[in-house]
Design a protein around this ligand. Structure first.
Ligand code: DPN
Ligand code: ZN
Length: 339
């Protein structure tokens, strides 16, 4: 985001709004489509439970589309512009075709005037009282197309959601995805979403995972609250690749996980870094250039499809799927555990 806004007011929001978000949109299919019925092996448990490899070429294809959307709309996807609304339509149409329960949530308080909606998608299987959320901001700044910030998180999440629908494993818990509006103006879309939930709905969310800038060209491997229980599967995956992840200090309080954190919900997530500089110790263990920004195109017009670290993008997307499967798919032992 550009502007930090920590104002927490006692605004009371309609409790009914939260219920309206969870698949109440009558235009949306809430059941998987024909051809996605559970596989015969699903009932047998562990056999199907291994997390899939997310196809990074498909994630990159989403980035190409988001880039084209920016180019058609004045070069950006800022929350108040057509580039943002077209981004929402792109993600929404893919999810709809895959069988998600979708809702667009207009941000009616705290967002920039004219900002487009949040997009919420829930996979309609698993225990509705145990929800794991995965989110990314879909808006960008006005200066450029916002492909690493944050097409990368948005596209990795979209392809993970589509892969879940394709694989259609037996679910222990609910998985809900959020693509947030107006993050760049102060974490506003996610803040509005969290405030729109009733106390009961908030308590159902056992953890929120955030993905903001997961393909920085000179990046590192950062995890929010790296030593927390919520982070355990995220860390386990990157540890398995010997990446030696570090705490995401640069991103603390700067992205949408902060909205959930303030509400007392455990949070984690991946990030590869923004405008801060890589240290020599980090360059020694991860490669890249010391004393240079993790993303030299941060919030600039050069944040295009050329500004993507495909290796980092792949490792992030695969770790998201690993975490989702571990937490929410049945037969993995992680489905019903909190945090
Ligand atoms: N992605 C940055 C933004 O939206 O401006 C915030 C950020 C910085 C997030 C560093 C994570 C790490
Ligand atoms: Zn961002």
């Amino acid at each position: 985001m550009v502007i930090r806004r920590f104002t927490v007011t006692g605004v009371s929001l309609a409790v009914t709004l939260g219920a309206a978000l969870l698949g109440a949109d009558p235009t949306v299919a809430a059941t998987p489509q024909a051809g996605t019925a559970p596989r015969p092996s699903a009932a047998s448990g562990a056999a199907h439970a291994a997390a899939p490899d997310i196809d990074v070429a498909k994630v990159q294809a989403h980035l190409t589309e988001l880039h084209a959307i920016a180019q058609r709309n004045g070069g950006n996807r800022r929350s108040t512009g057509q580039g943002y609304r077209d981004s929402v339509a792109y993600v929404k149409n893919k999810l709809k075709a895959a069988g998600y329960a979708i809702s667009e949530q207009p941000c009616t308080s705290g967002c920039s005037s004219g900002a487009g909606p949040n997009l919420i998608a829930e996979w309609p299987q698993g225990d509705a009282g145990t929800v794991y959320m995965f989110g990314s901001h879909l808006d960008g700044v006005g200066a450029g197309p916002g492909i690493n910030d944050n097409g990368s998180g948005s596209a990795a999440l979209l392809e993970t959601a589509l892969t879940l629908a394709r694989e259609n494993p037996a679910m222990a818990a609910r998985v809900r995805f959020g693509w947030w509006t107006d993050e760049e103006q102060g974490l506003n879309g996610s803040d509005f979403y969290v405030r729109s939930l009733s106390r009961t709905e908030r308590a159902r969310i056992k953890a929120y995972y955030n993905f903001d800038m997961v393909a920085s060209t000179n990046g590192g491997y950062f995890i929010n609250h790296v030593d927390s229980a919520a982070a355990a599967p995220m860390k386990e995956y990157w540890d398995s690749l010997k990446l030696q992840p570090e705490e995401n200090t640069e991103g603390a309080g700067r992205s949408d996980d902060y909205s959930f954190e303030q509400a007392g919900i455990p949070t984690s997530g991946y990030a590869m870094g923004a405008g801060a500089r890589k240290t020599s110790a980090q360059a020694a263990k991860w490669g890249g250039t010391a004393y240079r920004s993790y993303d030299p195109c941060y919030h600039q017009s050069c944040d295009t499809t050329a500004n993507i670290n495909a290796t980092g993008l792949n490792r992030s997307a695969d770790g998201i799927a690993y975490t989702l499967w571990k937490r929410a798919v049945s037969g993995t032992g992680g489905g019903a555990s909190a945090g």
